[in-house]
Design a protein around this ligand. Structure first.
Ligand code: C2G
Length: 132
């Protein structure tokens, strides 16, 4: 049983997120998604459209996702890897080489997948705003 973990905000769930989740799940047998809480997002200067509970429920409805946990702090990742017996942390390429993930290498594989071009939560908001 190869266990995969990924982190993200996953606001306004879109094709880029789904494609990431599908590929992450395909690398193993079980996918844990750590979704950022409102408080954690505030720390990143991010304000989400959907609150944590809604984003958690939407992620739980995705066939590739087996468990959703809260991401509350930058420094919870090693504990998460140990607690959920993770074999690989998988992130989109925009995180490639980021120290906050590279520090996990002694504990598990760290894999970066290419981002899906042309879609992002920000772009959706901008496009809808322009269309309003
Ligand atoms: N993603 C992607 N392609 C896109 C948009 C996002 O592959 N077009 C990936 C990101 O690389 C990330 C995941 O989908 O791996 C979630 O993206 P966000 O919700 O934007 O998450 P982020 O703001 O990167 O938060 O501790 C890490 C953070 O919680 C990650």
């Amino acid at each position: 049983m190869k266990r995969i973990l990924t982190y993200g905000t996953f606001d306004l769930l879109h094709w880029g997120h789904i494609r990431l989740l599908r590929r992450a799940r395909s690398l193993g047998d079980y996918l844990v998604v750590a979704a950022s809480t409102e408080e954690f997002n505030a720390g990143k200067g991010k304000k989400t459209y959907h609150d944590f509970e809604t984003r958690k429920n939407m992620l739980e409805a995705v066939r590739y996702v087996d468990l959703v946990i809260p991401e509350e702090r930058w420094d919870q990742k090693i504990d998460d890897v140990r607690k959920y017996e993770i074999d690989a942390v998988v992130m989109g390429g925009d995180w490639e080489g980021d120290e906050r993930f590279e520090i996990l290498r002694p504990y598990c594989e760290v894999i970066y997948l290419d981002r899906t071009e042309g879609v992002s939560t920000t772009k959706i908001k901008q496009d809808l705003g322009e269309g309003a």
